[in-house]
Design a protein around this ligand. Structure first.
Ligand code: FEO
Length: 405
């Protein structure tokens, strides 16, 4: 079945083994830069009905099979459960079904439709409704739909006997490591990568995250292990990652500003720098981000716990610079909330870019402070003083909101 036989499974609990794959080299995940790679976590539940929880991205099929084979003959798998149908978790599912021929494959009702739309196969997939329960003989799984976290099909599975929550994308991160547990990895790296993942993947669904956290808390489920589909398994700091999700999803503004800009001949950069100084003078922590030097996903990470977003672009051929269109389009889709800010930029003759930047900010429901600042060619001392003052005004607006809690 598989020429590769050196990969080993990692024991997670009495019944559960990690049998996923480590993608050390991935650097782009639909627009999000993944500088530390990722993992695609699949899990084997060694119950009477041996069950595979999710699979891996298609090119990693043999790695997963090798890890499974280090525990049990893959052909002994009876059930496969797809908690999330995105292709990083289902890419090799059709081949695995053909190879293993399990008794049943399960997914959420939306998952059965999505898998059909992805793979156009006739294989029957059994829908598991929200709140349903599945006996594995000597173990039991409960299912909870988590629509839009991350796709409409997503669901959590809870293994009662091991008090383990399979959370697919939830509580995950793109982090390739040889270690499998949270307590084996530098907490600062976990914090950064979990926040980056939340900001770039789950931010638009923050209201749903808050509801889900409430639902999990109200369920009274005893959870001792959280096993996501990316990154380490949480067995130590469960309270920490749950609390961070609550904080990030609440999107409360903080005393921090992000100034993001692109520049042609440094005029917009001088404006950005003057504005950043004004923001700092007004009492905010400031992150100045030139789109020629940073990636869009870094800007989203910095915006996650900010209170202000100021954006600047010169005009190029009646438009904003492409790198600003890139980051603003990406940001708009991720729907950051509760920000104040303003638009600025220089131009040579037509000068449309600042209005376009402001429209992006308005689409994001950024509270616009003051007039957008637009300067012909090079800013003089007075214009830079206006930018500084505008920064101070934005800072004051943020401080007002932060002080109201
Ligand atoms: Fe890890 Fe939404 O896929």
């Amino acid at each position: 079945m598989n020429n590769v036989d050196f990969y080993k499974a990692v024991k997670i609990t009495d019944r559960v083994w990690w049998v996923g794959a480590i993608d050390w080299n991935i650097r782009d995940f639909h627009g999000y830069t993944t500088r530390r790679g990722s993992t695609y976590n699949a899990y084997l539940v060694m119950a009477d009905k041996i069950t595979l929880m999710d699979t891996v991205k298609a090119p990693f099929r043999d790695e997963m099979l090798s890890r499974i084979a280090s525990v049990v003959d893959p052909k002994k798998i009876r059930y496969i459960i797809s908690n999330h149908s995105e292709m990083d978790h289902s890419g090799c599912l059709p081949e695995i079904i053909d190879m293993i021929r399990p008794e049943k494959v399960f997914a959420s009702p939306m998952g059965t439709k999505t898998l059909q739309e992805l793979f156009h196969r006739q294989a029957e997939i059994v829908p598991l409704k929200d709140g349903s329960r599945l006996s594995l003989g000597n173990a039991t799984l409960d299912f909870m739909e988590t629509r839009m976290l991350h796709w409409p099909d997503s669901m959590f599975s809870y293994l009662q006997e091991d008090r383990l929550l399979f959370s697919q994308d939830g509580f995950g991160m793109h982090l390739a490591t040889s270690e499998r547990f949270d307590d084996e990895i530098d907490p600062a790296i976990l914090e950064f990568e979990a926040a980056t993942y939340f900001a770039n993947i789950l931010l638009p669904y923050s209201p749903l995250v808050l509801k889900l956290l409430e639902r999990v808390a109200a369920s009274g489920l005893a959870i001792e292990v959280i096993a996501p589909d990316h990154g380490p398994v949480w067995r130590k700091d469960l309270a920490g990652i749950l609390a961070r999700y609550g904080r990030w999803a609440a999107q409360k503004p903080a005393a921090k500003a992000v100034v993001v800009y692109a520049t042609m001949w440094k005029s917009t950069e001088w404006m950005a720098k003057a504005m950043a100084e004004g923001l700092a003078d007004g009492g905010l922590r400031v992150k100045l981000m030139n789109m020629d030097e940073v990636h869009r996903s870094d800007v989203v990470y910095e915006t996650l716990e900010a209170g202000a977003l100021c954006a600047g672009s010169p005009t190029l051929n009646n438009n904003l610079l492409p790198q600003m269109a890139d980051v603003l389009t990406y940001l708009k889709g991720l729907r950051p909330a509760n920000l104040a800010g303003c638009a600025f930029g220089s131009y040579g003759w037509s000068g449309e870019s600042v209005k376009q930047v402001q429209e992006y900010l308005e689409d994001m429901k950024v509270k616009i402070v003051g007039e957008a600042i637009r300067v012909k060619h090079v800013p003089d001392r007075d214009t830079l003083a206006r930018c500084f003052e505008q920064g101070r005004q934005v800072a004051a607006a943020v401080r007002d909101v932060v002080s109201q809690g």
